[in-house]
Design a protein around this ligand. Structure first.
Ligand code: HEM
Length: 458
């Protein structure tokens, strides 16, 4: 890297906005990128308050307060209704949106499928998707954008592990394509979630997004109904969909209906492919930009047998730290929103009932009073006392507490496995003039893609 200034040698970070801005400018910046709409002081703040004529939001950035919201009193800080507003047409009553008893029941049915022992069952499907991705990358020549490959690969993982079908299956492909256009049609999503606008403010692209949501749900309903029939006929494969659809809630004795399962499949696909793809793209760029780290990952990958097994993942200790460090610097979900269900007092401030509570994996992961050299890419930090402490207090890319990401364990298998398979096959380099610029819409993407150049390893 050749640039001068305080960021020299550091991985890219979005510019912060000036300290004082009008609401109008803030909203404009926000629509473009929720990260560069924030002031620099958030990287050192414990709490911040946004007060406008329309809303009151509190960004909570102090580990003890984050723990209160996520771990200790999650029922007092439910998912914000504002998030549901934008996502309901696509996700219905999915576990991502529900609260209270419905959410508890759904987690009781879903969680067992993602537990350690059963995660092992998904490994062959993940491996197959990884090997296919390596083959596709091998067909690239010259400089190319790796983000579409990462999305394709992550979507392949979801379809193979959930429904035992590859992304090349016509329905899987159609869902993938519809999601791509849905995401383009839904830019208001984050704005509506973070900035509770009054009802009269026009919501953009609503019609196109609704049409997309209907199309996606129609396709997923077909897959789910087919699976329900196969379960009844005793011919269903033992994948995640079957595991979830045959699990009985130990409390109520109920299973998911086809419709409720469609809601869950929609969120598994949305939450499970875009996030993993984003993380993989950034991890590859970081490895390309830091060749000495790349060589250490490649050396670890070289110890894997030609066809690795689940137990071989224990050989990828450093690769796992690389993936973790990527999630710290580029958490795919940069911010999350909750709603205060009752008045609370945080840091000697009264937070009224109904206020939006914003949690920011992005700012917490780079907090200058918590992490040593917060902007540096240093996977070895997790072996230091500071790194270990911060892993407990200031590392929430998967959220935390009872509402932690269902797929966290799954993603921590998928990410390192894909990195190892790719680095075993290729040496990767950055492309001059193509330094990525992080921008956050649905997830933290690079504004103009993540450009790489590959060479086969001998
Ligand atoms: C690197 C990859 C991933 C990251 C960074 C990530 C991150 C997150 C975060 C931050 C949340 C909490 C959002 C909030 O509370 O507002 C979440 C929730 C969720 N994630 Fe993930 N995720 C990843 C992969 C996956 C995968 C692979 C799956 C499924 C196959 C998945 C399924 C879910 C579900 C179902 C929820 C909702 C949980 C609930 O609200 O109870 N995620 N994820």
């Amino acid at each position: 890297m050749t640039e001068a200034g305080p960021d020299a040698g550091m991985p890219p970070r979005p510019a912060s906005r000036p300290e004082k801005t009008s609401l109008r400018t803030y909203l404009k910046l926000f629509r473009r990128d929720i990260l560069s709409a924030q002031p620099d002081k958030l990287y050192g703040a414990w709490m911040a308050e946004y007060r406008t004529p329309f809303f009151r939001s509190y960004l909570v950035n102090q580990p003890a307060l984050v723990k209160t919201v996520l771990n200790e009193r999650p029922m007092d800080f439910p998912k914000s209704a504002r998030i549901a507003e934008g996502l309901r047409p696509l996700l219905g009553e999915s576990v991502f949106l529900t609260n209270g008893e419905t959410w508890l029941r759904q987690r009781r049915i879903i969680d067992p499928a993602f537990e350690g022992g059963r995660l092992k069952d998904t490994f062959p499907a993940m491996l197959a998707a990884g090997r296919e991705m390596v083959a596709r990358l091998g067909a690239e020549e010259g400089d190319f954008d790796v983000e579409p490959h990462a999305s394709h690969g992550a979507a392949d993982v979801i379809f193979r592990t959930l429904f035992s079908i590859p992304i090349t299956h016509h329905t899987a492909r159609a869902v993938f394509d519809e999601f791509q256009s849905y995401q383009r049609a839904q830019p208001i999503l984050n704005l509506a979630a973070f900035v509770p606008l009054p009802k009269w403010v026009p919501r953009f692209h609503r019609r196109a997004a609704r049409r997309g949501a209907r199309a996606i749900r129609r396709l997923i309903t077909g897959l789910t109904a087919e699976r329900m029939a196969a379960i009844r006929a005793g011919t269903a494969p033992d994948d995640l969909a079957t595991k979830i659809m045959t699990t009985t809630d130990p409390v109520t004795g109920a299973r998911f209906s086809t419709e409720e399962m469609v809601d869950q499949v929609a969120i598994f696909f949305l939450a499970g492919h875009e996030t993993s793809a984003t993380a993989l793209g950034w991890a590859l760029w970081l490895l390309a930009a830091y060749p000495e780290v790349q060589e250490r990952v490649a050396a670890e990958a070289a110890t894997l047998p030609e066809v690795p097994e689940f137990s071989d993942l224990s050989k990828l200790r450093f690769t796992k730290d690389v993936f973790r460090e990527t999630l710290r610097l580029y958490p795919p979900v940069p911010m999350m929103v909750r709603e205060a269900a009752c008045p609370v007092r945080f840091r000697a401030r009264d937070v009224p009932k109904g206020a939006q509570i914003v949690l920011s994996p992005w700012h917490l992961g780079r907090h200058r009073h918590l992490w040593e050299r917060p902007d540096a890419f240093d996977p070895d930090r997790f072996a230091t006392a500071n790194g270990r402490q911060c892993l407990r207090d200031a590392f929430i890319p998967f959220s935390a507490g009872p509402r932690v990401c269902t797929g966290a364990g799954f993603a921590m298998v998928e990410g390192p496995l894909f990195l190892a398979l790719i680095l075993r096959a290729f040496r990767i380099e950055t492309v001059e003039g193509r330094r990525p610029v992080p921008v956050a819409h649905l997830t933290v993407r690079s504004r103009d893609g993540i450009w790489l150049r590959l060479a086969p390893r001998g």
